[in-house]
Design a protein around this ligand. Sequence first.
Ligand code: PHE
Length: 357
Amino acid sequence: MDDLKAKYLGQIAGAGDENALEAIRVAAVGKKGEVALKMRELGKMTPEERQVAGPALNALKDEINSALSAKKAALADAALDERLRTEWLDVTLPTRARRQGSIHPVSQATEELTAIFAELGFSVAEGPRIETDWHNFDALNIPGHHPARAEMDTFYMRRAEGDDRPPHVLRTHTSPVQIRSMELQGAPIRVICPGGVYRADYDQTHTPMFHQVEGLAIDKDISMANLKWVLEEFVKAFFEVDDVELRFRASHFPFTEPSAEVDIRCSWDNGQLKIGEGDDWMEILGSGMVHPKVIAAGGIDPEVYQGFAFGIGIDRLAMLKYGIPDLRAFFDSDLRWLRHYGFAALDMPNLHGGLSR
Ligand code: PHE
C-alpha cells in the first residue's frame, strides 16, 4: 500500500495539466482503478486482515483524492497567473492630444441650462423620441383635425400592413414629456426635459432634427408672473449678462392659455450673429399657462392645480451664445467645425465657476 501511495502521489505532483491529472485519477481511484481492484481482494481475506486492510485502503483513496484536488487548484492558479502576466494594459497611459475629443455646442448648452434650472429648483425628466400620437398631440389638446398637426411637418412611423391604429410619430416637440412627467410624478412638479425633436424642415435656421428643452411647473398658486421671472433669470444666467432684452409676444398654442412667444434682441450683419444689439429679434421659445385639458390629460385635477410651461430651442440658444451663424453645420460632423466650436471635455458647466469658461 505504501508503494501505491508513493507511486500515485509522485505522479500527481509531476502532472503538467488537467488531462494528465484525469488520467491519473482514472488509473488510481477510478471504477476499475488500482485501488478498486485492491478493494475487491478484501473478500478473500480473513476478517482480521480485512479489519486492517479495509480502513487503510479507504484512507489511501481519500489521500489520493485530496492530492488530486489540491493539484487541480494549483494548476488553475498557475494558469491565472500566466494570463495576468501576459494580458495587461497600462491604464495610466495619457490620451493622445491629437485625438482629443471636444464637447459639441448642443451638449455644452444643454449642460449649462441644466445647471441653471437646477439652481432654480427644476429636475431633469426624459421621454422617448418615438412617441405615441396621443402623447405628442391629443393629450396636448391637439385633436386629429387640428391644423397644428400639419404645421409641425410631422414624421410618421409606418404601421404594419392592416394595422390601423394611429401611427407613432417622431416627437415634434418636447411637450409630450409634460404629459409623461405628470403621469409619473403627479403634482406638484418642477421639471425640465431636454432632448431631440423632429420636423420635416431644412434651411439656415431649421434642420429635420433639433433640440428643445421643455419646462413645466405645476402647483396650486403658479402664475404667468412666475413664468416671466424664471425665463428672465434663465436668459440672464445663460448669456452671462446683467440684462438681456426679451420681447414677450402674445401667441397661440393649443396646450397653453394664455400663450406667449419670447424673442431675444440680436443683429445678423454680414451673416454674423450678435446678441443684445441690432434691430432683429430671434424667437427662442414658446410658453404659457398650461391648458386645463392638458393638466387633466396628465391625470392631475385642473380645479386644484395650475402651472406654466415653456419650450426653448437649445440649438438656437447655442447659435446666439457662441456666435454660430448656420444651424446646419451643427449636424455635419465636420471635424474642423467641431474643433473650432467644441468645448473642453472636462470643464463641467456650473454657476459659481462661470458657465462656459
Ligand atoms: N411645444 C411648442 C413648440 O414646439 C413650444 C411650447 C412649449 C409652447 C410649451 C408653449 C409651452 O413650438
